[in-house]
Write a protein that binds this ligand. Structure first.
Ligand code: MSP
Length: 675
């Protein structure tokens, strides 16, 4: 009896154990949550695409993967941008912008499992719960802080962070001297614990960043302020109405949302925010009694023509435009292949195009197309299972590719996959299947090539999901066959192929490229006119808005505009400005606005576009011979059009905006963007 019981227990234990073994390995990966003061540029998309590639790789290994992305909405920048763009409330603006970010990730095929918005109720609750835990540890106290504060970074900075001119090197702005009573978090208390964790647990990657963080901590950590008094936006501090959370304490907490998945296995960040993620964040977690992340990886930055890319400098490139022009997979491929993950790099559209033509189209596209064409022609689209040819697969080392991915070297992994693709093309050249008369021999060569293509379709899935899917369809594979375990030669059964359209279109001549024509047409959607400002009044309920009465020659319009912080009323009256006259009317805080006054924005400056020699109602042209649009457009359509300032002139798609008398001007720095 006793024995039987033991056996039963034993059996139970065993089955429990084997169940646990069968339980999928967890892989929780995060990206930073992005500020919503602008739409995504190719730098943000880089972080997100690489995180997505890594997440998809782990899914290919049948792990329990969770990828989160999101938007950081409680920042002061949200308020500033909502006013500039004339939204009724910061929340409305946040709702609008978070959609833009969601749309971008959808377009780029990001397979996120959640999208965190920090204005969501669930987030406020999480931040308050978290703060209570830290408070219980007695790690929060009230104190006075005075220091240099960069609004762009939303952080206090030290003299040593600034450039020779005393400006923040990232935002090119002079930090403000701030003194106020704040709540503080006892960061200094965690100095030794942090050093131990970084050394023993190998938190920071790559190695060079680890040294940077260790040196920084060793210089001595100061407590950090986690609340502000002057804010009108953001999560309210518990039990103290006058304070709101300083955005970083709130933002970092977002990573705890998928609580069953914490600790994160990998947190991907840009090198600009590594101190927040490798010092403040782990200390916050230690205080609140959570585990720290297993790994934080900081990658490098993209520059454009050697220049730092930033929202305030106005030189950002829209990833959607690139995806529309070259295809989503070409952009994803470029990101993974071009720059060793961790390094900085200069973005080059030319190089993206070269890689699309020479590697995607000439190597991968060509291999699939020539193989399937011969099968279609010479074997009536049917392939029978055959013996594997070692010669073909000797250039494929799956273990090595997997190791590259686990070591966070996606550039090496994709290079190895393309090395195999290249060797498959060489195999075709050597075997010359079009010359093989014997059907059996032909089947063997083509079976092996098709099997290689099947394996390739698995391996490229994380990098080129759209292309992988196209190949899978052509080989009639099933979705559940797409896993790394199946990336072994010889698993292909008898199949009937369904040859599809070519995988990649080469870009030879930009002139006949449809999307370029489309972008030319974009200019025609605007109807810009010169307007003279006749009257300026305060908005009755919004302290940053003016209500303007403007004269457009044949008609008069009322426009609500966020100029109050930048212009005195008397300085605006009589000015010849530029108005977007075909914008759909809207109501801003209860007052109707029939258009939009164009202004250029650079850091803290906002300057209206002017045409002093022109008459009220004069047409503003972007290109000659194009009739201005009479139809109404939405703010969405307008925001897609980029107008920038160069040499004090307004430029759109390399052309100067002008009336018949003069060019449109704005007295502001190069790169300022018009909104
Ligand atoms: N909201 C904070 C992050 C909070 S995370 C709890 C923030 N947002 S951000 O919109 O400024 O985005 C920062 C991230 O965008 C960088 O860390 C980096 O991952 C990415 N990049 C922004 N510009 C980039 C380049 N030029 N190149 C590469 N990545 C870039 O900071």
């Amino acid at each position: 009896m006793k024995k039987q019981k033991q056996t039963e227990e034993g059996t139970f234990k065993y089955s429990q154990e084997s169940k646990d073994k069968m339980k999928k390995k967890k892989f929780y990966i995060t990206t930073p949550i992005y500020y919503i003061n602008d739409v995504p540029h190719i730098g943000h998309a880089y972080t997100t695409v690489i995180a997505d590639i890594l997440a998809r790789w782990h899914r290919l290994k049948e792990e329990d993967v969770f990828l989160i992305v999101g938007t950081d909405e409680n920042s002061q920048k949200t308020v500033q941008s909502s006013i500039k763009l004339g939204f009724n409330t910061p929340q409305k603006y946040a709702d609008y912008m978070s959609e833009k970010w969601k749309e971008t990730w959808k377009k780029l095929n990001i397979s996120n499992d959640d999208f965190i918005r920090t204005t969501e109720e669930r987030h406020t609750k999480l931040v308050l719960d978290f703060t209570e835990k830290v408070n219980k540890k007695k790690d929060i106290y009230k104190g006075t802080y005075s220091g240099l504060y960069c609004e762009g970074c939303e952080a206090f900075v030290t003299e040593s962070d600034l450039n020779a001119e005393g400006l923040c090197p990232l935002h090119l702005k002079k930090p403000k001297e701030i003194q106020e009573e704040n709540y503080f978090f006892k960061l200094s208390k965690y100095q030794n614990q942090l050093l131990r964790a970084i050394n023993e647990k190998n938190l920071v990657h790559p190695e060079s960043r680890k040294n940077e963080i260790i040196n920084f901590i060793k210089q001595g950590l100061r407590d950090i302020s986690i609340s502000r008094q002057s804010l009108v936006w953001g999560i309210k501090f518990p039990k103290d109405e006058h304070h709101r959370f300083y955005v970083w304490f709130d933002a970092l907490t977002n990573y705890l949302h998928p609580k069953d998945y914490w600790p994160a296995d990998l947190q991907i960040v840009g090198k600009d925010i590594i101190k927040f993620h490798c010092i403040i964040w782990p200390a916050m977690l230690m205080s609140a009694g959570y585990k720290i992340p297993k790994k934080v990886f900081a990658h490098g930055f993209f520059t454009v023509n050697g220049q730092k890319m930033s929202k305030s400098l106005g030189n950002s490139i829209d990833p959607i435009e690139l995806a529309n022009k070259y295809g989503v997979d070409a952009l994803r491929y470029y990101y993974a292949r071009e720059i060793p993950f961790g390094n900085d790099g200069d973005f080059s559209e030319e190089q993206l195009k070269n890689r699309l033509n020479n590697e995607l189209a000439n190597e991968l596209g060509n291999l699939v197309s020539r193989t399937l064409t011969i099968i279609e022609k010479n074997l009536s689209s049917e392939i029978k299972k055959d013996k594997s040819d070692k010669e073909l697969f000797k250039n494929l080392d799956i273990k090595q590719i997997d190791k590259f991915m686990l070591d966070l070297e996606p550039h090496n992994a994709i290079a190895a996959i393309f090395h195999f693709i290249h060797s498959c093309n060489q195999y075709v050249n050597k075997k010359e299947p079009w010359k093989i008369k014997d059907k059996k021999e032909l089947n063997k060569v083509l079976y092996n090539l098709t099997d290689a293509i099947r394996i390739i379709s698995i391996l490229i899935q994380p990098f080129l999901p759209e292309t992988s899917e196209k190949i899978i369809k052509q080989l009639s594979l099933k979705e559940n066959e797409i896993k790394l375990e199946n990336a072994l030669p010889g698993l292909l059964k008898d199949i009937k192929i369904k040859k599809g359209e070519i995988l990649f279109k080469k870009i030879e001549d930009e002139g006949d490229f449809q999307n370029i024509k489309e972008s030319d047409n974009k200019e025609t959607i605007l109807n810009l006119k010169v307007a003279i400002i006749n009257k300026v009044e305060d908005h009755h309920s919004a302290d940053k808005l003016y209500v303007l009465q403007v004269d457009l020659g044949t008609e008069k319009k009322q426009i609500v505009s966020g100029l109050k912080n930048y212009y005195k009323k008397e300085d605006l009256i009589g000015k010849s400005v530029v108005v977007l006259s075909n914008l759909k009317p809207s109501t801003l805080r209860g007052i109707r606005s029939d258009g939009m006054l164009l202004a250029a924005d650079y850091g803290e400056k906002l300057v209206v576009l002017e045409a002093p020699k022109s008459k009220a109602g004069d047409q503003v042209f972007i290109q000659e011979n194009i009739k201005p649009n009479k139809e109404e457009i939405t703010i969405d359509q307008f925001l897609k059009i980029k107008i920038k300032i160069k040499n004090k002139k307004a430029i759109c798609e390399n052309k100067i905006l002008h009336t018949i008398k003069e060019d449109i001007t704005a007295d502001i720095e190069d790169g300022a963007s018009v909104k």
